[in-house]
Ligand binder design. Structure first.
Ligand code: NAP
Length: 341
């Protein structure tokens, strides 16, 4: 145990463009023995979320930015290797705010560490970072609670080959939507959305006229929209909204979450008036008290074969900065994860 080293990636410089190794510094130190109310976790999996890019900007959002010299904030999954808390034993599987570090010593009493046990019936711990983690839960609460697809609806999901979008579209189908349309980038991602996730259509957001393509595949307009992208794609969705349509604003990855690249203004927002439609933002964390029920539903759908999950796995801790950038380059299919060792 005392021989073990904890390797950390700490923020060295704030990126203004794409994220790379040059923005982080590697710090290696002996693993700190756990005190009372602490555990040491061997991080096996790290989860990647676009919001992490926003935390690198010196702007306060719903959480403070990561400070220069601070370990990069991230959620991980792994095994308890030493415990100073009688309710945890070596070998227990947990998810927690591990940050980008291989063997963090975490407080079990500080709510900020957000330690959760991997339930015994979940044999694959990384599911707790993907479909039963933040992105699956975001799809669940945003689609069911905000976009609210009804029987027979036509539904649109942007970034449909991603962790959140792929789950959101499949939930719409499970809730009775008649037609589910997605947008994505590369042809192989669009093929997965249609052939595995079971969307009726998946159009390219690189298309010269997305607004017209959306009209062609959804001629009666979209009753429910789950938007992960913002910008021109959101504008095209608003243009194609159906009467009394609902738009769930999940995220706006097209801005790159970069301070120097603010979101564009919307040209077609007047359609919200004429179609008596509404647009509503949401944060998954507002629904934390209902995570257990949502997880139970999501994992049951996976077990029944009603929900298909894609995970995109990069190998090697040192790849963490490049792995975060993959989300903004459209390289990931499904949940972006990294296997630490
Ligand atoms: P993801 O969808 O797995 O990955 C991001 C995808 O976005 C990329 O693979 C890329 O796919 C697409 N994309 C990137 N840049 C784009 C651009 N300029 N234009 C169009 N598409 C672009 O990521 P995720 O973790 O599931 O997150 C999806 C969204 O949910 C993000 O906006 C995130 O911020 C948001 N989110 C919100 C909450 C909440 O509580 N509201 C919680 C979690 C996540 P293609 O190019 O192939 O389409």
């Amino acid at each position: 145990m005392t021989e073990q080293q904890n390797t950390q990636l700490v923020l060295a410089e704030r990126p203004t463009g794409p994220v790379g190794n040059e923005h982080f510094r590697t710090v290696t130190e002996p693993v700190r023995e756990p005190g009372r109310g602490e555990i040491v976790v061997r991080t096996e999996w790290l989860a990647f979320d676009p919001a992490q890019r926003g935390w690198l900007n010196d702007i306060r959002s719903y959480v403070p930015p990561v400070a220069i010299g601070e370990v990069m904030r991230a959620r991980g999954a792994g095994e308890v290797v030493a415990s100073g808390d009688p309710s945890y034993a070596a070998g227990d599987l947990v998810t927690a705010q591990t940050g980008w570090q291989t063997h963090p010593t975490l407080s079990t009493t500080d709510p900020a560490t957000e330690i959760e046990r991997v339930p015994r019936d979940v044999t694959d711990p990384k599911l707790m970072l993907s479909v039963a983690g933040i992105t699956g839960l975001t799809a669940y609460f945003g689609m069911i609670g905000v976009a609210q697809p009804h029987e027979g609806d036509t539904v649109l999901v942007t970034a449909a080959a991603g962790a959140t979008g792929s789950v959101a579209g499949q939930i719409a189908r499970l809730r009775g939507a008649a037609r589910v349309v997605g947008t994505a980038g590369k042809p192989e991602k669009r093929a997965w959305v249609r052939e595995i996730a079971g969307f009726d259509e998946c159009i390219s957001h690189y298309d010269d006229n997305v607004k017209r393509r959306l009209r062609e595949v959804g001629p009666d307009g979209y009753n429910a929209v789950f938007d992960n992208v913002g910008g021109e794609l959101l504008d095209a969705a608003i243009f194609n909204i159906a009467l009394h349509g609902r738009i769930a604003l999940c995220g706006s990855i097209s801005t790159g979450y970069r301070p120097e690249k603010p979101a564009i203004g919307l040209h077609y927002y007047q359609r919200l008036t004429t179609m008596r439609a509404r647009m509503e933002g949401f944060l998954v964390s507002d629904h934390a008290d209902r995570y257990p029920q949502a997880r139970a539903d999501l994992l049951r759908w996976v077990a029944n074969g009603d929900l298909h999950v894609a995970e995109d796995i990069v190998e090697g801790f040192e790849q963490a900065p490049a792995t975060l950038q993959r989300l903004f380059d459209g390289k990931n299919l499904g949940k972006q994860l990294l296997r630490v060792s």
